[in-house]
Design a protein around this ligand. Structure first.
Ligand code: CP
Ligand code: NVA
Length: 304
C-alpha cells in the first residue's frame, strides 16, 4: 500500500480507508515477525532520526523496525548535528534528503516539522511535537483493534491534560468512527480547532467531570500532566486528586474496559500503580505496537 500523502505530521493527512489499511498492515507485519521474520521490504533504505527531545519507545521502535525490514536508521540528537550551531532546518532537510529515504523527527515547535517536510524531498514523519503524536495514535488504534475487534461505536475516555497525545487521539477517533469524551480541568482543554474539525466526523465531548467521561467507556486513556514541553511541576496541583485514573474511577467504565497510556507514566500522579499494573491495563501491548505500526507506516511512505 502506498499512501497519498508524502509526509505524516498530524494523522489528518490520512483518509479513513488509509488509516484502517495501515492498522491491518501493522497486524500482518506483527504476525509475520512472530512467525519468523519480516520480508526485507526496506532493504538498503535509510531512516534519519532527529531528536530535540528525549525518547525511549520512539527511538528504539523506529531503529529496531528499520533493522527488521532490512534497512538502517541513524540517530541524530540535535545537539550533535550542525542544527545546534545554527544550520537552518531548510538546509538540513535538503542535505538529509540526499543521503536518506525518510526522516523522522521529534521536535518542540510543530512548525519546524512543517518546514522540514516542505524542504525535504523524502517523507517526513512526526515522532512527537508539542502539538501532535500521530505514531502513538496508530499504535493505540492497533491495540484497540486487537483487544476490541472494532472501532465503530466504541466510547473512548481521555482524562487529564488535553495535550499532544490527546490531539492525535481525537483525530484517530474522527478517522475510525470511535466516540471520545475528554475530561480536563478548566484551561487544559484540547485545541479548539482540532475538536471542531473532528466533530464533523464523530462525537467529541468535552467535560470537567472525569466520571462523566469514563461512564460506560470501552477504553480509558491518560498521559502525564507534565509533558516534555510543559515540565512545570506546579501544573500537577491543577489535576490532582480529581483527574487521576484510579480503581474508583475505573469502576465507572465498562467491566471489560481497557486502560491505555502512551508511557512514560508517573505512577501515583495521572494513574495509580493498581490500574497501570492491573488486569485492565494493556500498556505493554500498546508500547510493542509502536514497532509494528511504524513499520507499516514506513513501508507505506518510503518510495520503492
Ligand atoms: N510514547 C512515547 O513516545 O515514548 P517515548 O517518549 O519513550 O518515545
Ligand atoms: N505528552 C507527553 C508524551 C510523551 C510520549 C510529552 O509530550 O512529553
Amino acid at each position: 500500500m502506498k499512501l497519498k500523502t508524502k509526509d505524516l505530521l498530524t494523522l489528518s493527512e490520512l483518509s479513513p480507508q488509509e488509516f484502517t489499511k495501515l492498522i491491518d498492515l501493522s497486524i500482518k507485519l506483527k504476525k509475520d515477525l512472530k512467525k519468523g521474520g519480516n520480508k526485507p521490504l526496506l532493504k538498503n533504505k535509510t531512516l534519519a532520526m532527529i531528536f530535540q527531545k528525549p525518547s525511549t519507545r520512539t527511538r528504539v521502535s523506529f531503529e529496531a523496525g528499520m533493522f527488521q525490514l532490512g534497512g538502517h536508521a541513524i540517530n541524530l540528537s540535535s545537539h550533535d548535528t550542525q542544527l545546534s550551531r545554527g544550520e537552518t532546518i531548510e538546509d538540513t532537510a535538503k542535505t538529509l534528503s540526499r543521503y536518506t529515504d525518510c526522516i523522522m523527527a521529534r521536535v518542540y515547535a510543530h512548525d519546524l516539522l512543517e518546514k522540514l517536510a516542505k524542504y525535504a524531498t523524502v517523507p517526513v514523519i512526526n515522532g512527537l511535537s508539542n502539538s501532535f503524536h500521530p505514531c502513538q495514535t496508530l499504535a493505540d488504534f492497533m491495540t484497540i483493534k486487537e483487544k476490541k475487534g472494532k472501532f465503530n461505536g466504541l466510547k473512548i475516555a481521555w482524562i487529564g491534560d488535553g495535550n499532544n497525545v490527546c490531539h492525535s487521539l481525537i483525530i484517530g477517533c474522527s478517522l475510525s468512527g470511535a466516540k471520545i469524551s475528554i475530561a480536563t480541568p478548566k484551561g487544559f482543554e484540547p485545541n479548539k480547532a482540532i475538536v471542531k474539525e473532528s466533530r464533523k466526523s464523530t462525537d467529541v465531548d468535552l467535560t470537567l467531570d472525569p466520571i462523566k467521561a469514563v461512564a460506560n467507556a470501552d477504553v480509558v486513556f491518560t498521559d502525564t500532566f507534565t509533558s516534555i514541553h510543559n515540565r512545570d511541576p506546579n501544573r500537577t496541583k491543577k489535576f490532582l486528586p480529581k483527574y487521576q485514573v484510579n480503581q474508583s474511577l475505573m469502576q465507572h467504565a465498562k467491566k471489560n474496559s481497557i486502560f491505555m497510556h502512551c508511557l512514560p507514566a508517573k505512577r501515583g500522579y495521572e494513574v495509580t500503580s493498581s490500574v497501570i499494573d492491573g488486569p485492565q491495563s494493556v500498556v505493554w501491548d500498546e508500547a510493542e505496537n509502536r514497532l509494528h505500526t511504524q513499520k507499516a507506516l514506513m513501508v507505506s511512505l518510503i518510495r520503492a
